[in-house]
Design a binder for this molecule. Structure first.
Ligand SMILES: [Zn+2]
Length: 672
């Protein structure tokens, strides 16, 4: 999910927790463009004036409802962090985040150290004598929080037996955001690849290599990463939960990739008690195995050094930071680097989210919002159940299992039931990179020590200040952090139409993820397990194919098309979510009374609220990258895509045959 809004001075007054009165119209007609017919381009009709008046700020890559809230949230975090730095009577929470922040803001010390914080590690890598040494280093780099070369390793629920933890090893091995950039030769991919070469050269040089060595190192890294990229699945393939579920006993894994001595490697990665592992892509492991035999030791050392350097680069002296940003710029078009305080507050939210989150909730979150939110979630869930019972394309036994799954949703609202205490974590005001490593090491240990313990299903996958929401199929839970419980998604003062068209549709969206093309493959407990009668599954696939076609037809930047298969899960969730939210809204007093507010009917306000959540401007470079990497459709298509399949929208805005968005009733896709 993603967006931003009007003048932020206005938005400040709209947040929960703000003591300022709210003079704002929740649906502000001044943001609309009524010269456009709603039936021709609803998103433009609802947001056209706002879009014209709100260009992307220089230090951003997009600007919309989500981004505006993020901007505000980062300012709140900044003021909390500034307090934590100077607070004299500090508890441990305050000490840890205050000292971490102080170390990250101490540009004098950071500049003076230059590349010193990574020098000893680079030396250790230079001294590696053989391939076994390379493999040992891939283990210790991650256990010490310095880097995660070649593959990711994570202890999580076994997707076919979710009450048991298992190590998941996901091979990737690349740096650029998609394999396309290594392989394709269109001007954009080639341009990003050229910028990547410059980036590689620059960082190796800054780390102390002379020009010829840096150039050789850069080539070595690019060659290894290109070989990995060629073996990677496409993003569409990666959405297939069976294709990426490959369980191997440790012994079989050793046969598949003999160069890796997995029994010993797992031990070196501190993983104990694992007799089997999950592998995302066995072909990629085989590629890694043969590359370890074929590629020169010097090149592997360059690859490991690269992983150390690139992981640290955004946190070293300004020459590293600027080189890192220059590469980001080519990819996203961002004009100015994000201010340091904002990078640091985002970092602390990401790495110490439970400490800063607990303070955030105390200061900015109204407990009543949690109760109100739970009520909304329950309303949506009840409505979704009624809709499942009425489905004309699903047989009774499958409906029963769908309802069982729906009723089993765990609801995580605003903040977690229990907070992490970061026990044993040491933070030093004078050592920023050391702090980062300590936090990474702490998180790594926290994760690997889960092996053998019962699965903790209470953990929340997002920090409280996060402006987003999520569904987890292994936990069968829906999560709505405190951050998203704000206008334009949700506000105590807003009419139901605004809240149901905003957070209501978001709730419906996350619930529908449990029944999208991926989510439907897991059962009520969260196990990958086909609970569908064959004919029902076939019906679902036919309907989903209509949505793939609908979104494939959408263009971005006039030439690039939305990838209907990559975005299918999100588009299904938008369609289901908006339908469920609308039906739940029809049960409210406001809908029944049908009074105009500011000349708008309740149903008009509902759909306008949905559209305003998605309003945004995006830099063209970023838009082109997101089409390749983001499973969400661009805002305009999220605003417009679902409404054309909902009859009530046609009535509310008098959409008729001949209007550009018009679909005949028989062609409207109805799924959930
Ligand atoms: Zn989603």
């Amino acid at each position: 999910m993603i967006n931003k809004s009007t003048l932020f001075t206005l938005a400040v007054t709209l947040f929960i927790g703000s003591a300022i009165a709210q003079p704002v119209k929740y649906i502000d007609k001044a943001n609309m463009d009524t010269t456009v017919r709603a039936g021709d381009n609803f998103y433009q009709y609802a947001n056209g004036t706002w879009i014209r008046n709100n260009p992307v700020p220089a230090s951003r890559t997009r600007w919309g409802s989500f981004d505006m809230l993020r901007e505000e949230s980062s300012k709140r975090l900044r003021s909390m962090l500034d307090d934590a730095v100077t607070n004299r009577s500090r508890d441990r929470k305050t000490q840890v985040i205050g000292d971490f922040y102080a170390s990250g803001m101490d540009t004098f010390a950071i500049e003076r150290k230059g590349c010193l914080p990574i020098k000893p590690l680079l030396e250790e890598i230079n001294n590696i004598k053989n391939i076994q040494g390379i493999l040992d280093k891939t283990a210790t780099l991650r256990t010490t929080g310095a880097a995660s070369p070649m593959f990711g390793m994570f202890i999580g629920p076994d997707r076919k037996n979710v009450l048991k933890y298992i190590p998941s090893i996901s091979f990737g091995g690349t740096t650029m955001p998609d394999r396309d950039y290594y392989i394709k030769n269109d001007p954009r991919s080639a341009g990003i690849r050229d910028a990547y070469k410059i980036y590689l050269n620059k960082l190796f040089t800054l780390s102390g290599e002379d020009a010829a060595t840096a150039s050789a190192s850069a080539n070595a890294v690019l060659n290894i990463e290109t070989a990995f990229a060629k073996a990677q699945y496409s993003r569409v393939e990666m959405r297939d939960p069976y294709k990426t579920y490959n369980k191997f006993s440790v012994n079989d894994l050793m046969r598949l990739a003999p160069v890796f001595d997995w029994a010993s490697l797992l031990g070196k990665m501190k993983v104990s008690g694992a007799d089997s592992v999950l592998l995302n892509n066995p072909g990629l492991l085989k590629t890694a195995d043969s590359l370890l035999g074929a590629v020169q030791l010097t090149d592997w050392k360059s690859y490991l050094k690269w992983n150390v350097i690139k992981t640290a680069a955004p946190y070293l002296s300004s020459d590293f930071v600027n080189a890192d940003f220059a590469f980001t710029q080519v990819q996203t078009g961002q004009k100015q680097i994000t201010p340091r305080w904002q990078r640091m507050s985002a970092l602390i939210d990401m790495r110490l989210g439970d400490f800063i989150g607990e303070l955030y909730v105390e200061k900015y979150f109204k407990p009543e919002a949690k109760a109100r939110m739970l009520e909304l979630v329950n309303n949506l869930q009840a409505t979704f159940a009624e809709r499942i019972k009425r489905l004309d394309w699903m047989t009774e036994p499958t409906k029963q299992r769908a309802l069982e799954k729906l009723n089993a949703f765990a609801k995580k609202i605003a903040y977690p039931d229990k907070w992490k205490t970061y026990e044993g974590l040491k933070v030093d005001r004078n050592d920023f990179v050391g702090n980062l490593r300590n936090v990474s090491e702490w998180s790594y240990n926290y994760n690997v020590y889960k092996m053998g313990k019962p699965v903790d299903r209470t953990e929340m996958g997002m920090t409280p200040p996060t402006i987003n929401a999520s569904y987890s199929s292994t936990n069968n839970d829906i999560t709505f952090p405190a951050g998203i419980l704000q206008y334009p998604f949700f506000d105590f003062g807003a009419d139901d139409a605004v809240n149901y068209g905003g957070i209501g549709a978001v709730i419906g969206h996350e619930m529908t993820h449990g029944f999208d093309d991926q989510g439907r493959q897991a059962d009520a407990v969260g196990n990958l397990n086909d609970w569908w009668a064959k004919e029902d599954g076939d019906h679902f696939k036919l309907k989903a194919e209509e949505v793939v076609k609908q979104y494939n037809a959408f263009t971005v930047l006039d030439t690039v098309h939305v990838n209907g298969k990559l975005t299918l899960g999100e588009n299904l969730a938008d369609l289901g979510g908006l339908n469920i939210a609308y039906e739940a809204f029809t049960k409210t007093q406001q809908f029944k009374e049908n009074k105009l507010i500011d000349g708008l009917t309740p149903t008009q306000r509902f759909f306008l609220s949905w559209a305003q959540v998605w309003r945004n401007n995006v830099l063209p470079e970023n838009a082109a990258q997101l089409i390749v990497t983001d499973p969400h459709s661009p805002g305009v298509h999220r605003g417009n895509g679902p409404v054309v399949n909902i009859d009530a929208w046609y009535d509310a805005f008098n959409v008729k045959p001949g209007d550009k968005m018009y679909k005949a009733p028989a062609e409207r896709t109805k799924i959930w």
